[in-house]
Design a binder for this molecule. Sequence first.
Ligand code: ADP
Ligand code: MG
Length: 426
Amino acid sequence: MTNLAYDSPVDGEPAEQEVAAMQALRPVPRISVQAFCETDGVAQPIERAGEDRRMSKAHLKVHMGGVATAIEFYQSAPTPNLIVLESRSEPRQLLEQLGQLAEYCDPSTKVVVIGHYNDVGLYRELIRSGISEYVVAPISMADVVSVISTIFVDPDADPIGRSIAFVGAKGGVGSSTIAHNVAWAMSTLFNSEVVVADLDLAFGTANINFDQDPAQGIAEAVFSPERIDEVYLDRLLAQCSEHLSLLSAPSTLERVYDFDADAFTQIIDTAQRSAPLLVLDVPHIWTGWTKATLMKADEIVITATPELANLRNTKNLVDMLKRLRPNDAPPKLIINQTGVPKRPEIASSDFSEPLGITPMAMIPFDPALFGNATNNGRMLGEMDAAHSVVHTINEMAHILTGRSEIKAKKKAGLGDILGKLKLKKN
Ligand SMILES: Nc1ncnc2c1ncn2[C@@H]1O[C@H](COP(=O)(O)OP(=O)(O)O)[C@@H](O)[C@H]1O
Ligand SMILES: [Mg+2]
C-alpha cells in the first residue's frame, strides 16, 4: 500500500526517480487491461504507463468513470485480463460496488483497485475477496507498471497462459482446422491474445489456413532451445489478426523431425508466459514428445469422426490420458464430420457412452463451408459469421475459456418438432 508518485521537474518529462523506478521493471506480456478512473491524477499515469515500451505488447484502454461505469460496461462486454478501478468511495460502499461488478467478471480476470482511503482493514478485506492489489492514490506511472508486473511477470506468479492441446483420433479428422478456428474465435470474441503453435512440422496447415508465409517459425525455436526467451519468441511469431499470432510449421521435408520427449517444453513454457491463451495443434502421432506435450497441457481436445477406428483410438487416448493425468478432468471431445451422405456412422450416444464423455460439440460434414474457407486462407467466421458451425465454434471458445459449460444435447422434443413444422409452413 505504498505510493511513489513523483513530481515532474519539467512538464511531461519523467523525474529522475521515476526513470530509475521504471528501469527495474520487466516487459509486461500480451494482456488486455482496462482502467476506469474518476480523476485525471490517476488516469494520466495509467495512460503514460500504456505508452511505455514495457507495456507495448499489452492492450490498455482508459475509461473515465469509476466502478459504476465498469459495471455498466461489462454487462455487455467480456472482461479483460486485468481491470484497474479508481474509486473515491468510502470502504463499505466500495466493497458493495465491487460485489456487484463481480457478477459480470470472468473468473480469470484480475482486479486492481486504486483508492483514496489509506485503510489497512479495507486492504485486508479487498485481498480476501480476491482483489489482486489495493493501491492508494496518488500513483505514479512506475506504480502502475510495477503492480501489473507483480501480477503477470513475477517469476513466482503463475504463468498467465492456459494451454489447450488439440489432437485428432486419426489423421484428417479436422483437428487442426477446428483448433485454428477456435483459436481465432477466442481472439475475436474475447479480445484476448492467442498464440497458435503448429506442432506438425512436416505437414502443418496453420500457415495455409491463416494465409501466412513467415520466414521463421517453430522450427527455429525447437532446433535452438538455448536461445528461447520472450524476445526471441516474439521474433518468431507471425501476426495473423489483431489478437492472434502464429508459430508456424515450416511444412517442408528438408529436415526430419525426430525430437526428444521434452523438445517443446521450453517453447511452450515461454509462450505461456507471454500470452493468456496458447493453442497447440498437435499432429496425430504417438511419440515421446506428443505424449509429453499432451500430458502437460492444461486442457486437451480430441477430435474424432463417428466411425469405428476413431472410437477405438479415442478410447485408447482417453484411457492413457486418465493414467497420465489422474488429477485432471478428462479430455473434451468433438465429433466432427457427421452426416456424410451414404456413409454409415456411429450414433453420438453410442460413440460417447464407452468413453464416458459428453461431446463438447458435434459438427456436420460441410464440404462447401470448409473447402471455401481453406481455399481462401480464411477462417469460417470470416466466411459466414451466421453459419451454425460458426456458432458451435464460438460455443467451444466459451467452454474452453471457462465461460460456459458443456450442455448435453437434448433429444428433439415436441417443441422442436412443432418449431420445424412451423418453419416448413412459412
Ligand atoms: N466438418 C467438416 N466438413 C467438411 N470438411 C471438413 C470438416 N472438418 C474438417 N474438414 C476438412 O478436412 C480436411 C482435414 O482437416 P485437418 O484439420 O487438416 O485434419 P487433421 O488436423 O485432423 O489432420 C481439411 O481439408 C478440412 O477443411
Ligand atoms: Mg492436423
